[in-house]
Design a protein around this ligand. Structure first.
Ligand code: SF4
Ligand code: FES
Length: 253
C-alpha cells in the first residue's frame, strides 16, 4: 500500500488524517536477560505524518514498556535519538514514516561501532572522549583591546559557521567505516568540533588542536567516503570540514 492509497482511502472522513499499520522491526538487547541480541517485530498504527520516534513511543507506551531508547527534544535539536533506520543513520524524530517504503518492514537498530547498552541505547562515552580530546572550547591568548568584546568580521565568522551547527548526535562518526574497524580513530564529529575552533579568529589554540589531530588515529585516517556528510541530520559538510583541517595541517591555518 502506498501513502497515496492510504491517504485516499474512501473510509477516511474528510479532514481526518488516515492511519495505517506499519511493521517496525526493532533490534532488541537486554544484557540482564542473558539472551543474544535479536529482532522483534511490532505492528504499529501510525499516521503518515508520524515520525519513527512516534512509532517507538507507541510501541513503548502501548505494547512493550521495556523498549529502551533515548530522546529528549523530539525536534532535531538535542541529538539524542540517532539510530540506524533501514540501514541509515538518522534521527528518529526527523524521520517521517511517509518518507520510507511502508510496503516493507522498517528496521530500527542502534548506532554501529559503539557498545550497545540496551536495545537502541549505545554507550556514548568513547564518542565524547574523542570529542573532549580536541579541546572544543574557545582559548584566546589575550584579552580584547577594549577589555569587553572580541570583534569578528562577517567573513571571519563565516569560516566556521557550518561546524557550529553540530548537535553531537554521533550519526557521522558511527557511519564511518574507519571508525567501525578502529574504534581509536577520533572520528568525524571530533574533527568537526576541532574545526569549529581552529578556524575561529578569536581562538589561539588552533595549532594545539592540529597537533592532536596529526596523530596516527587522527585526521589522516579519513578515507573520504562521504558517509559522514550523508549521515549528518544538520546538513553539515563534514567531509569538507575534515579536508579543511587536513589542509591546515599542510599549509597552516
Ligand atoms: S557533524 Fe552532524 S552527524 Fe556528526 S555529530 Fe555533528 S550533527 Fe551529528
Ligand atoms: S529527540 Fe532531540 S534530536 Fe531527536
Amino acid at each position: 500500500m502506498s501513502i497515496a492509497e492510504a491517504t485516499s482511502s474512501p473510509q477516511v472522513p474528510s479532514g481526518e488524517v488516515p492511519t495505517f499499520t506499519a511493521t517496525i522491526v526493532v533490534r532488541r538487547y537486554d544484557p540482564e536477560s542473558g539472551e543474544e541480541a535479536h529482532w522483534q517485530e511490532f505492528a504499529v498504527t501510525v499516521h503518515a505524518t508520524d515520525r519513527i520516534l512516534d512509532a517507538l513511543h507507541s510501541i513503548k507506551w502501548e505494547q512493550d514498556g521495556s523498549l529502551t531508547f533515548r530522546r529528549s527534544c523530539a525536534h532535531g535539536v538535542c541529538g539524542s535519538d540517532a539510530m540506524r533506520i533501514n540501514g541509515r543513520n538518522r534521527l528518529a524524530c526527523k524521520t517521517l514514516i511517509k518518507d520510507l517504503d511502508i510496503d516493507k518492514p522498517i528496521y530500527v537498530e542502534p548506532l554501529k561501532g559503539l557498545p550497545v547498552e540496551k536495545d537502541l541505547i549505545v554507550d556514548m562515552e568513547p564518542f565524547f572522549d574523542a570529542y573532549r580530546s580536541v579541546q572544543p572550547f574557545l582559548q584566546p591568548a589575550s584579552v580584547p583591546e577594549n577589555g569587553r568584546e572580541r570583534n569578528q568580521s562577517v567573513v571571519q565568522r563565516a569560516r566556521f559557521d557550518d561546524t557550529t551547527k553540530c548537535i553531537l548526535c554521533a550519526a557521522c562518526t558511527t557511519s564511518c567505516p574507519v571508525f567501525w574497524t578502529d574504534g581509536q580513530y577520533f572520528g568525524p564529529a571530533a574533527i568537526v568540533g576541532a574545526h569549529r575552533f581552529i578556524f575561529d579568529s578569536r581562538d589561539d589554540a588552533g595549532d594545539v588542536r592540529l597537533d592532536i589531530l596529526n596523530d596516527k588515529e587522527g585526521v589522516w585516517r579519513c578515507r573520504t567516503t562521504f558517509n559522514c556528510t550523508e549521515a549528518c541530520p544538520r546538513g553539515i559538510e563534514v567531509t569538507k570540514a575534515i579536508a579543511e583541517v587536513k589542509q591546515a595541517l599542510v599549509r597552516g591555518i
